[in-house]
Design a protein around this ligand. Structure first.
Ligand code: CUA
Length: 333
């Protein structure tokens, strides 16, 4: 039944590429998906009944009646009508109460998870990327990254949401429902990824020109793999080998370092994504491109062609400088 519904809804939504909300891999997403299926079936059945009643009313054969019959039947008809309306009002009331109650149960299940968070990630939305910080009481254990988070499978993860400019909304359909990031306000959500995998998150509140390219990758992995990732992210960038030194010099002297941080170097800008381990991520430019050498070269050489309006400027580099800086950034694993 669940598959049939998913298939039906998928068919209706075939214009939208992402209907992973019907394929939940997390506890909150599961509650939301069950609620959606309940609403879908209840509303479909009601629609069908109304259509059948309408068809019956239109096509039924009416008996020939005289004026006297009409007068005599008026009182009886009134009684019938009152009975039908009363039954319909009662059914509507019961259905709406049932749906309201199931919404409350699903909302409560999602809210109750907040008590269980073991790992806290702070995500700040900017036009058009996600700044990520893994909180830790020990300052030297805080991870800074961007546009991609890793989480241990089966563990509750608390996410604190803030915005650095306009209203954004974080939505990872397979794992949880939308939650807004509002300037000056602090929102939170908690989720559990139940299966390992790579999930696509998306900004779900129109926030400007590149709203569509404000993606977040979520990697859910076993605890041991997560711990290894965490350790690797804590490290500063490896000192560049001889041939990559030129690329680092270009990065430091041609403006890149004013906006980006690469820990372990003197680049400490905080207005753009932290690039210390950028090559370990799956995507570039918040999901606009894949993390591949040729796409990285395209991004650095003409960011405005790929994400017009983004704050990443075009920088006039000669071909040698371009190759050097691309190789260096591409080496930051
Ligand atoms: Cu951020 Cu849409």
């Amino acid at each position: 039944m669940k598959r049939l519904t998913a298939g039906l809804v998928a068919l209706l939504l075939s214009g939208c590429s992402n209907y992973a909300v019907l394929d939940p891999h997390g506890e909150s997403a599961g509650s939301i998906s069950e609620l959606l299926l309940l609403f879908f079936w209840v509303c479909s059945i009601i629609w069908l009944i109304v259509m059948l009643a309408l068809a019956y009313a239109i096509f039924r054969k009416r008996p020939a009646v005289s004026g006297a019959d009409l007068l005599l039947g008026a009182a009886e008809q009134n009684r019938q009508l009152t009975a039908i309306v009363s039954v319909c009002v009662a059914i509507t009331f019961l259905v709406l109460t049932g749906l309201t109650f199931s919404s409350y149960i699903a909302g409560k299940a999602v809210a109750d998870m907040a008590q269980r968070g073991t790992l806290t990630i702070r995500i700040t939305g900017y036009q058009w990327w996600w700044d990520v910080e893994y909180e830790d009481t020990r300052p030297d254990h805080i991870i800074y990254t961007a546009n991609e988070i890793h989480v241990p499978v089966g563990e509750a993860v608390k996410v604190k949401l803030e915005s650095g400019d306009v209203i954004h909304s974080l939505w990872i359909p397979s794992l949880f429902g939308k939650r807004d990031l509002i300037p000056g306000q602090h929102n939170e959500l908690t989720f559990i990824a139940e299966k390992t995998g790579i999930y696509r998150g998306q900004c779900a509140e129109f926030c400007g020109l590149q709203h569509a390219y404000m993606g977040l990758t979520v990697v859910a992995e076993p605890r041991a793999t997560f711990d290894a990732w965490r350790l690797s992210q804590l490290m500063p960038a490896a000192a560049p080998k001889q041939d990559l030194q030129v690329g680092l010099n270009v990065f430091l002297t041609r403006g890149c370092a004013l906006c980006h941080t690469i820990r372990g170097t003197s680049a400490g800008g905080r207005v753009a994504p932290d690039l210390t381990h950028i090559a370990s991520r799956h995507t570039l430019a918040a999901g606009a491109l894949d993390m591949k050498p040729d796409q990285l070269a395209r991004w650095i050489s003409d960011p405005q062609a790929i994400k017009p309006g983004s704050k990443m400027p075009w920088i006039d580099l000669n071909p040698d400088e371009m190759r050097a800086v691309t190789s260096y950034v591409g080496s930051l694993r």
